[in-house]
Design a protein around this ligand. Structure first.
Ligand SMILES: [Zn+2]
Ligand SMILES: [Zn+2]
Length: 254
């Protein structure tokens, strides 16, 4: 399953360290710190505060709309049709989802990936022939963090029957500076060539339906670049699955 050793590392952390952590520290809600039943859950109060995208929404990018039916598209998608075939977001970005993402990424609460994947899975069809491809991290960042949170989530999704995992289908060749404050075209310029399909993975990507997996979808610039690379490698359809989506920013970019 790829040369990054992510799967094995994650398994070691999840199966090896998590029970010890459970034993030493009682499980806490990653958002408010209240005691919870296990390491991968939220307390009931924080659960109720999660903001989930509802209807009506744009038929192309699933951004919430004030009104419309299942064929209504938002203005951004009408003026510039997206390169992807849809976005499945488990939650809208809020303080709560932000805390969950930070606890996974920087607090090393690896077990949270399972909970995040379960919420994302409800937005995805059961599909064991789809290919699950995580948004790649640059190897420096991977080395510092020790894991790619998107890969952990993608692996959990594959265990939930949402597709086959291709953990290193995409490779990030360049670190990109923060893309905040840039226009959509400036973002694309900064990202050009930074992400490529891994040599040898093109055969697996060609002709397949892909689910691109990420933890947070902000401007859509990085995921858009991934979609373009996957399509150039011959992917038939690419849908984006994320845990938390920044609604306003994604509206202007994707
Ligand atoms: Zn809580
Ligand atoms: Zn839209």
């Amino acid at each position: 399953m790829g040369g990054l050793g992510l799967g094995r590392m994650a398994r070691e952390v999840r199966d090896g360290l998590a029970p010890v952590v459970d034993f030493i520290y009682p499980p806490r809600c990653p958002v408010c710190g209240d005691a919870v039943m296990d390491q991968n859950g939220l307390c009931s109060h924080c659960w109720s505060m999660l903001d989930t995208p509802g209807e009506p929404c744009c038929a192309a990018c699933q951004i919430p709309l004030d009104a419309g039916d299942e064929r209504t598209r938002c203005l951004a998608c009408v003026s510039r049709p997206p390169v992807h075939e849809g976005i499945a977001a488990a939650t809208l970005y809020s303080n709560i989802s932000r805390q969950i993402v930070l606890s996974l990424k920087h607090g090393r609460r690896i077990a949270l990936a399972a909970m995040m994947a379960r919420l994302m899975a409800t937005r995805l069809p059961q599909d064991d022939v789809a290919l699950l491809v995580p948004v790649p991290l640059h190897r420096w960042r991977l080395w510092k963090r020790g894991f790619n949170q998107a890969a952990l989530i993608a692996r959990e999704l594959s265990m939930l029957g949402k597709g086959e995992l291709l953990v290193d289908g995409l490779v990030r060749y360049r670190q990109t500076p923060s893309l905040g404050g840039l226009s959509a075209s400036q973002r694309r310029e900064k990202l050009a060539g930074a992400i490529r399909a891994k040599q040898g993975a093109v055969d697996q990507i060609a002709g397949r339906n892909i689910v691109l997996v990420d933890d947070v979808l902000t401007s859509g610039a990085t995921s858009g670049e991934c979609v373009r690379v996957l399509k150039a490698a011959g992917a038939r359809e690419v849908r984006i699955a994320c845990f938390a989506r920044v609604a306003n920013e994604a509206r202007s970019a994707a």
